[in-house]
Design a binder for this molecule. Structure first.
Ligand SMILES: [Zn+2]
Length: 461
């Protein structure tokens, strides 16, 4: 399919202006907007100001909105067509350990690597580089057209990397300001580092800690071993009972609301040619460990899990101590799919643990959050247009995929604003998000920008 004359001018514009756009991104990357560190509150504010000015340069009306934490940036750019909410975040992760960085994290630079040119610096990919792809595409479009083919509400958060404490109240208090037909989120990656992907389902997450207490103090195993209950032994039995020998979770009702994946969707996942052996080989594993009868992608995208994330109890220092501990605890998390009810699952876990305790052992529970899975309704025409746009730009079929992790903002957009999200991003697995030496491929930035421009072209019709 050959692009319309107007679109090809926009695409040429993007290529020709790439150095200038990279300069803009570098300016944003120089602001150390680490949201979790109070010492960087001013920098977060400066990044928000920078974005307000950037949006203004596009012709948008934009403002910084204070919150009890870091400000939100909301901009509005009129256009002819549907109203889209574009989300990104301007805050970044802390940089430690600093000595593992090859250069100062907030002095970004372009580097030539064997795999091509990269822009190196904290936030290069997550999420400053990614959010700038959309801004750059809008700028290029407007250089060749009067208006955008859609109305855009830009929404940039400054607390994504620190748990988004202000997000829910801000969404609830600003429904009118943020209302849109659909959200666009650019904070994800390519599938297998090569195929453009639109994530349409995200697993939910629920976490709980269980602490068992037996005797009122640690005991000597010579003096009490035998008569006294050992909480570690009881905890082990409880944890071992969470799965059966086929890998299924045994909690009653756990699979209620887990949908069958439609055959057509399974076929499209199959067509991605995912290399499960390579995926496991990367981390020195060789054998799928989940439920029998499912592929690795099904396990990641469409099946729920129960995982034990940490165990404590007894003597864990150097040497040896023959102790019967008073307490033992475990942190347990669930990745959830479909309509699984996080609260019902935590309740089932509590009942299971309580029923398994002998008379002398008590349990205390600490909840660590519970959010359901989210599924996007892909009938909004933008999904198909985005799939076409991405496929053309990357010359690789774009796929609707799942995500094993959670992107909470997409769920809040559904529950609070009542809109689905189109999640498309251009990160790669070696970008080092949250790690030293974070980078974004210049080619990802260029093609990402061109992808959004092609999407605008599709929306324009
Ligand atoms: Zn991010």
């Amino acid at each position: 399919m050959s692009p319309t004359p107007d679109l090809s001018a926009v695409l040429h514009h993007i290529d020709a202006e790439l150095p200038q756009e990279l300069d803009r991104l570098m300016a944003l990357l120089r602001i150390p907007s680490i949201s979790t560190d109070p010492a960087h509150a001013r920098d977060c504010d400066a990044a928000a100001d920078w974005l307000v000015a950037e949006l203004a340069s596009l012709g948008a009306t934009a403002a910084k909105h204070p919150t009890p934490g870091h400000p939100m940036v909301v901009g509005h750019l009129p256009g002819d067509g549907p109203r889209m909410l574009f989300y990104g975040h301007y805050d970044v992760q802390p940089v430690d350990p600093l000595d593992l960085w090859d250069r100062p994290p907030f002095e970004p630079e372009l580097q030539d690597t064997p795999k091509g040119q990269v822009i190196r610096g904290r936030g290069a990919c997550d999420d400053k580089g990614q959010l700038m792809t959309f801004i750059a595409a809008c700028r290029a479009w407007l250089a060749h057209h009067e208006t955008l083919p859609m109305e855009v509400v830009f929404f940039f958060e400054g607390e994504e990397e620190s748990g988004s404490p202000s997000l829910i109240p801000f969404l609830e208090g600003n429904k009118d300001l943020l209302k849109a037909d659909l959200a666009l989120i650019c904070d994800t990656g390519l599938f297998d580092d090569r195929a453009p992907s639109i994530i349409t389902s995200l697993r939910g997450l629920a976490g709980i800690e269980i602490t068992l207490t037996g005797a009122d103090r640690d005991l000597h195993s010579g003096g009490f071993g035998g008569p006294a209950a050992n909480p570690i032994r009881i905890l082990s039995r409880i944890l071992a009972g969470l799965h059966d020998e086929t890998g299924r979770v045994t909690l009653p009702g756990f699979y209620e609301g887990v949908p069958e994946v439609p055959a057509e969707q399974l076929a499209s996942w199959e067509a991605l040619g995912f290399d499960a052996a390579g995926f496991l080989g990367e981390v020195d594993l060789s054998e799928l460990a989940g439920e029998d009868g499912f592929s690795a992608l099904e396990m990641l995208w469409s099946r729920p899990t129960c995982e034990i994330n940490g165990i404590t109890g007894g003597y864990t220092g150097a040497g040896f101590k023959t102790v019967l501990p008073s307490q033992a605890s475990a942190k347990i998390s669930f990745r959830l799919v479909g309509q699984q009810d996080p609260q019902a699952i935590l309740d089932a876990l509590r009942s299971y643990v309580e029923a398994a305790l002998p008379a002398d052992v008590t349990v205390a529970f600490t909840n660590h959050g519970a959010g359901p899975a989210s599924h996007m309704n892909t009938t909004h025409p933008a999904f198909e247009l985005a799939r076409e746009a991405l496929t053309e730009e990357w010359e690789t079929p774009a796929a609707f995929t799942g995500a094993g992790g959670s992107i909470p903002v997409a769920g809040y957009f559904q529950t609070i604003l009542g809109i689905d999200s189109l999640l498309a991003g251009f990160g790669k697995s070696d970008d080092g998000l949250h790690s030293p030496n974070e980078k974004y491929d210049v080619e990802s930035f260029r093609k990402g920008t061109r992808s959004w421009a092609r999407f605008l072209g599709k929306v324009a019709g």
